[in-house]
Design a protein around this ligand. Structure first.
Ligand code: SAM
Length: 300
């Protein structure tokens, strides 16, 4: 399924890109947001597009042919943004965007595309990785202890049946496909799980994906580097899709605001309108937070 950019107008309002500016899209994927940024920073601007998934980078390369601004594409983890900019001889950027998690195409690849096991509705190898260099989920399930797995599912999935699920996974190894994991989880939880409101595998899949890719660590490491990445007056926009991520972003923003180093551009997180949710159900849980670095001081 083609990925639709989430909260596009709202992101553009927060980032407010201008001709000649330097921008970084840390999760460029198909470039839904990046293309809108490119329009605004042209002529003379520079866009550094990062994605951990090399297929995403290749896909984006095919979409852009000639443009009035410079585009640099990098297949890496956004947690390395400071080093990536240094390698490109860029001192600081005027704006940075992170649109966290997976894209619709990674979740639901087009016919013939290789799925990575992100969806409990599909039967795919249980990789759950963005990068081929990351240890895949099926190995995590075999190699981690039952108690570690239970902790991961509880902490990152906020799943109250984590212990039962971990025990059932261990009894049914190898669990090498997304379909098998979904079945194993369903067999471990009560029949009326959450009164049928969500699929029983929802929380376990989220937890494993976060653990496999160290998603919260990536976000924390990136946020720590923001002071060295953004120019005075620079803007940062982060779209998160679950409360664990949003809490990390909220707390870091609040800390910087207390120090007087940033202005928060989103008093409350911005969420999609009912029309956007109807048009793009994946946007349902999105939360956008934005800030602007103070002109005079540097954030510390
Ligand atoms: C929601 S999609 C971004 C969609 C994009 N903004 C658009 O509208 O076309 C998230 C992307 O982030 C990438 N990603 C996830 N974690 C990453 C990380 N730590 N570093 C770099 N890219 C990452 C995924 O591979 C995926 O392509």
């Amino acid at each position: 399924m083609e990925h639709k950019p989430v909260l596009l107008n709202e992101v553009m309002e927060v980032l407010n890109p201008k001709a000649g500016e330097i921008f970084v899209d840390g999760t460029i994927d198909g470039g839904g947001h990046a293309k809108a940024i490119l329009e605004k920073i042209s002529p003379g601007g520079k866009l550094i597009g990062i994605d951990w998934d090399k297929n995403a980078i290749e896909k984006f390369e095919l979409k852009i042919t000639n443009h009035q601004s410079t585009i640099i594409l990098v297949n890496d983890n956004f947690k390395n943004m400071k080093e990536i900019l240094k390698n490109e001889n860029i001192v600081k950027a005027d704006g940075v965007l992170l649109d966290l998690g997976f894209s619709s195409e990674q979740l639901d690849p087009p016919a013939g595309g290789a799925g990575r096991g992100f969806s409990f509705l599909r039967d795919e190898p249980l990789l759950m990785t963005y990068s081929d260099r990351t240890r895949p989920a099926y190995r995590v399930l075999s190699e981690e202890s039952e108690s570690n797995l239970a902790k991961v599912i509880k902490d990152f999935g906020e799943e109250r049946f984590a212990g039962r699920i971990a025990r059932t996974i261990k009894k049914n190894l190898p669990v090498a496909t997304s379909k098998k994991l979904a079945e194993v989880v369903a067999s471990a939880v009560p029949k009326n799980y959450e009164h049928g409101r969500i699929n029983p595998a929802t929380r376990t899949f989220q937890a494993l994906r976060i653990f496999v890719n160290q998603e919260l660590e990536n976000l924390r490491t990136f946020l720590e580097s923001v002071p060295q990445i953004l120019n005075p007056g620079g803007r940062l926009a982060v779209i998160s899709f679950h409360s664990l991520e949003d809490r990390i972003v909220k707390n870091e923003f609040r800390q910087w605001k207390q120090n007087g180093f940033v202005e928060i551009l989103t008093k409350k997180p911005i969420t999609p309108s009912p029309e956007e949710i109807q048009n793009n159900p994946r946007s349902r849980s999105a939360k956008l937070r934005g800030l602007k670095v103070a002109q005079e001081k540097q954030i510390q």
